[in-house]
Design a binder for this molecule. Structure first.
Ligand SMILES: Cc1ncc(COP(=O)(O)O)c(C=O)c1O
Length: 510
């Protein structure tokens, strides 16, 4: 099945014209989709969702003129128009790298020697001098083609006019998405505990954020519905944007089940909510139990076990999905992609032109050379299978250490099924000074004592968007950063800080 879909991608490429070789070529996802346009219904028009800024935004005349100057049916144009320096003014002539080979992580017949990758001025695959110049805001054709094929392979959105746009990573994409969808003073709904970068991006644009309660399955549809049904316009315009991290949620580690996602999508349809799906941990699928690896994992099995993304459920075109290479390749690349309806992507590209302009050319070369030229789609999936196995092992170590060292009579943590976070809830009722000291005081004490003991954790209040769950403190622990060998020691040190604060004495021997 996966083989057949990969073959279709190859056949589509073989039938297509070569990628354009000019500066900042204008391309879109429609050129790269395997499924021909017209086979699915179109997305709904969403004009009423756009902010005043993005409704009034016009595209740059300089960019429009440089686009029309590149019509291939006309004779070559000598440009005295845009101030795009000629390639011989760039001091770089080549870029060379080494990386892991495409089947390094496939269990059978794996290569291990690093592969050389490079780009030089004038080459056909990805001409370095074009990468070094100003690029098109939706990304280079090379990377846009790979992202579009990947999205079709993994999510296959159920409407026709979806497109991708390459981004400078999700933080940048989020800033742009809020600009497109929200006006100053608007409310944005999000999970009760969420990524602080999102709160900062929203607040910087004068948006107000409201946390929706969560349970073990992530954002609560009941609470979401009650907020929307009971909305009082005296608080401001009813929220029209819902931001979520549905898989391996940051910070709580919860992952929404398929049923939960469908419930929430239904509510979004009923209340005309636009969904921002921020999903950097989607591919870290760690299994439901410790040591779980339900049989041999191939890319095909791996894909079949992933939960449905909101993008894959989106029949109306009301989801903007944000993907990033930060967690699956490297954060310093500053690259990712968003997927949404053409109407939304059009607005997104216009805002990009007025801000970050385009993703970095050399970063796109690096992504293309590794993902497309060296690994291919299957190689990327093998890499994700490998990463998931690594994180599964680390999760198991950290979780076992929590079970062993934390005082379980006051601490509770669930095994995360996806992502890189473990969420510890500490019951305050057993604190010797419960009632006399504030929760944030106790949180500070534990945090500082843990630091003194040589371990850094994250405080729950840094992520809180709703009233602290009464009677509990929270801490976020990640198994992504430390050396694997230090994970157990780190939990032991954290446990010492918790025990000291609650005057519980040493960990009993097991
Ligand atoms: C939920 C979430 N969104 C976005 C980001 C940042 O992504 P990027 O590096 O692509 O800007 C993070 C980083 O931790 C995250 O946890």
């Amino acid at each position: 099945m996966l083989r057949a879909r990969l073959l279709k991608i190859e056949q589509k490429r073989a039938r297509s014209d070569p990628l354009p070789q000019t500066d900042a070529p204008y391309t879109d996802s429609f050129e790269f989709k395997v499924e021909s346009s017209g086979s699915k219904p179109k997305a709904r028009r969403l004009d009423h969702h756009f902010s005043l800024d993005s409704t009034e935004q016009v595209s740059s005349p300089l960019k429009d003129s440089s686009r029309s100057a590149r019509d291939p049916s006309k004779p070559p144009i000598i440009t005295l128009g845009t101030a795009r320096p000629a390639p011989h003014f760039f001091p770089w002539t080549s870029l060379s790298m080494e990386g892991l080979p495409h089947n390094h992580f496939a269990k059978v017949g794996a290569d291990s020697a690093p592969v050389s990758m490079g780009s030089i001025n004038g080459e056909n695959a990805y001409n370095l001098s074009i990468a070094m110049s100003y690029g098109y805001s939706a990304g280079s054709p090379q990377v846009l083609r790979f992202a579009t094929e990947h999205v079709e392979l993994v999510h296959n959105p159920p409407y026709d006019d979806w497109e991708c746009c390459i981004t400078c990573g999700t933080t940048s994409a989020m800033e742009i998405a809020f600009r497109v969808l929200c006006n100053r003073g608007d409310w944005v709904l999000l999970e009760g505990y969420t990524y602080p970068g999102t709160i900062a991006a929203a607040n910087a644009q004068g948006l107000r954020t409201m946390g929706v309660e969560m349970d073990n399955d992530g954002l609560s549809p009941q609470h979401l519905r009650s907020i929307l049904e009971g909305w009082n316009e005296s608080k401001g315009r009813k929220p029209s944007v819902l931001y979520m991290i549905p898989s391996g949620q940051n910070p709580t580690g919860t992952s929404q089940s398929a049923a939960r996602r469908k419930d929430i999508y239904r509510i979004a349809e009923e209340h005309d909510l636009y969904i921002i799906e921020d999903d950097p941990y989607y591919f870290f699928n760690l299994g439901e139990s410790l040591d779980s690896e339900d049989g041999p994992t191939t890319p095909e099995v791996f894909l079949s076990r992933l939960p449905p993304s909101y993008l894959s459920l989106d029949t109306s075109g009301r989801v903007l999905r944000m993907d990033s290479v930060s967690k699956i390749l490297a954060p310093g690349i500053r690259c990712g992609w968003v997927t949404a309806s053409s109407q939304v992507i059009g607005k997104f590209v216009s805002q990009t032109e007025a801000g970050v302009l385009s993703p970095s050319g050399p970063s796109q070369v690096m992504v293309y050379k590794l993902l497309d030229e060296t690994w291919g789609h299957e190689g990327l999936l093998w890499w994700l299978v490998h990463l998931s196995a690594q994180y599964r092992q680390r999760r198991d170590i950290l979780f076992r250490a929590c079970q062993k060292y934390l005082p379980l009579e006051i601490c509770q943590c669930d095994l995360p099924k996806m992502g890189m976070f473990l969420w510890i809830q500490v019951s305050l009722s057993a604190h010797p000074l419960a009632g006399d000291r504030s929760a944030s005081d106790i949180e500070d004490s534990i945090y500082n004592a843990a630091l003194d003991n040589g371990v850094l954790v994250s405080k729950g209040t840094w992520f809180a968007q709703c009233k602290n769950q009464s009677g509990y403190l929270q801490f976020r622990l990640t198994y992504a950063a430390a050396e694997e060998i230090d994970l157990t020691k780190a939990v032991e040190r954290f446990a010492v800080a918790v025990r000291a604060e609650f005057q519980l004495g040493e960990t009993p021997p097991v």
